[in-house]
Design a protein around this ligand. Structure first.
Ligand SMILES: Cc1ncc(COP(=O)(O)O)c(C=O)c1O
Length: 500
């Protein structure tokens, strides 16, 4: 049994509802809107539905089940108080079409988030509309495109990305119609300024990059890169996926960026599954602000808005930027996600710098522990995966390469990842960034204890001592064994196949 249609529940009506108070004969639904056949819903009682979903949840691995060192995708703890606040009836029972006066509380929360995010990134204006980092990228690149059009530079048709970029960067720019120019990283994994100078020109629309980069190393020459791109008339786009490493220390604004996205579901603690449902707001410098998607939340003081009958100090309003690119989501975006992150910021806002320090400390500690096994363990480990970066320190994440192991015994990064599943861990990210062959990318996050990191490092060493056959068959302790990933990706089965 794999889904609710195969669950053998009771036969017949699985729910009970009070009688309709209306006279059914008076409800006029046009016949073209009526369905011809009843929907094929499973007929289960409430306890059976609860049992089914509880059963499903026990077959899953989540951050609440164990350590989840997924590099770049940042799975961090979501403090439960965030859920309590996001679930308050004043939030969940609001309808977006209710009067402005009913929505003042939610508007105030969203306004505060716009302000806070703007300060954290050194940006002048923020839109909370996009619901994922990738959608934020698309939205901000569209703003850059409109900006160039508005100053008579619509011919700029190239977006530069480093070869270590996340796949969503070139994909988002391509969706806006740009040609992508990929530049190679330097030997040390950092941006190669000469490679950048060689491609930048009067057709450059933007450069997209994250800092720290996807190897977890800080690009210390980022302001020079910004100067090169700006002097050619291009814009700098900051992929905020790695914000967890720099909060309170520096800002993309200081580094010379014009636009940024934030992955609230990574940095500001909330669940992040399957590309969402999250929130990927964007922040921009003044010159791009008028192109932001609508609505933006603004506020007026009581004196300014006497006519509105304001009771509190401020009156919050939805406004459309003058040359807005339009909407990229319904209503105000994923407002529940924004509220969760607001709760996190309200509780930990003054400790964001410490949060980044701990994230970086944990990553460096774990990197050291993995790369320096005890003498006893060292004797047993055939070949350690090489560190994927030439830097002495990393930021909030780091990469390892299983290439030496693969050459020696055929064991791949995928085998190590699957072996870790059998030790009770979520596998690290594998095969990303592409610049590190046989890559394993590890991000412990700030909330993990030294004990968790120590135990993970020794389990990682144990996996390294496993033989080819064992690792190649792994995982054997999980509900689902090794899947054929190519088939799973090419032959998507997205709906239940009823026999009749
Ligand atoms: C570096 C980087 N950029 C962009 C994204 C896209 O973010 P999202 O998954 O929210 O669309 C990710 C996602 O993991 C990422 O790691």
């Amino acid at each position: 049994m794999s889904n609710i249609f195969e669950f053998e529940g009771i036969v017949g009506m699985g729910y009970s509802q009070p009688d309709l108070l209306l006279d059914r004969s008076k409800i006029k639904i046009p016949s073209k809107l009526k369905r011809n056949n009843l929907p094929r819903l499973p007929l289960l009682s409430e306890p059976e539905v609860v049992r089914h979903y509880t059963w499903l949840s026990t077959r899953n691995f989540g951050i609440d089940t164990g350590f989840y060192p997924l590099g770049s995708c940042t799975m961090k703890h979501n403090p439960r108080v965030n859920e309590v606040i996001a679930a308050m009836p004043g939030i969940t029972e609001l309808h977006p079409l209710q009067k402005e006066s009913h929505q003042q509380g939610l508007f105030a929360i969203m306004f505060e988030m716009q302000e806070m995010l703007g300060i954290c990134a050194g940006m002048d204006s923020v839109s909370l509309q996009p619901v994922a980092g990738a959608q934020g990228e698309f939205t901000a690149i569209r703003c850059i495109q409109e900006y160039h059009k508005s100053i008579g530079e619509a011919h700029r048709n190239k977006v530069i990305v480093p070869d270590s970029a996340h796949g969503t960067n070139p994909a988002s720019a391509a969706m806006c119609g740009y040609d992508i120019i990929e530049i190679p990283s330097a030997e040390d994994g950092l941006l190669d300024l000469d490679a950048l100078k060689a491609v930048v020109g009067d057709d450059t629309a933007a450069m997209m990059i994250t800092n720290p980069n996807t190897l977890g190393i800080f690009e210390h020459e980022i302001s020079k890169a910004a100067e090169i791109v700006h002097s050619a008339g291009g814009q700098m786009y900051y992929d905020g996926a790695n914000f967890n490493a720099i909060l309170g220390k520096t800002t993309p604004g200081l580094m010379g960026f014009d636009a940024v996205h934030y992955n609230l579901h990574k940095t500001f603690s909330q669940p992040h599954g399957g590309g969402g449902p999250g929130s990927g707001p964007i922040g921009v410098k003044e010159h791009l602000a008028k192109f932001l998607p609508s609505p933006i939340i603004t506020r007026r003081s009581r004196e300014e808005s006497d006519d509105l009958g304001v009771n509190g100090e401020w009156w919050y309003l939805l406004e459309e930027p003058v040359e807005s690119i339009g909407k990229v989501q319904q209503w105000m975006g994923n407002s529940g996600a924004v509220v969760r992150s607001w709760a996190f910021y309200r509780r930990y806002g003054f400790q964001l710098e410490k949060m980044s320090e701990h994230a970086v400390l944990n990553a460096n500690y774990l990197r050291y522990k993995i790369m320096n096994p005890s003498d006893e363990m060292l004797a047993k480990i055939p070949i350690m995966p090489a560190d994927g970066s030439k830097s002495k320190f990393c930021k909030h994440e780091f990469t390892l390469s299983a290439t030496p192991l693969k050459e020696d015994s055929g064991i791949t990064a995928m085998d190590l990842a699957k072996g870790l599943l059998d030790k009770g861990y979520m596998a690290p990210t594998v095969y990303f960034p592409l610049v590190v062959p046989e890559c394993l990318m590890i991000e412990p996050t700030e909330t993990e204890s030294k004990k968790t990191l120590d135990t993970f490092a020794s389990r990682f060493h144990e996996v390294l001592t496993e033989d080819y056959d064992t690792l190649h068959k792994a995982p054997v302790t999980t509900h689902v064994g090794r899947v054929d990933e190519v088939k799973a990706a090419r032959n998507l089965i997205l709906r239940f196949d009823f026999e009749d």
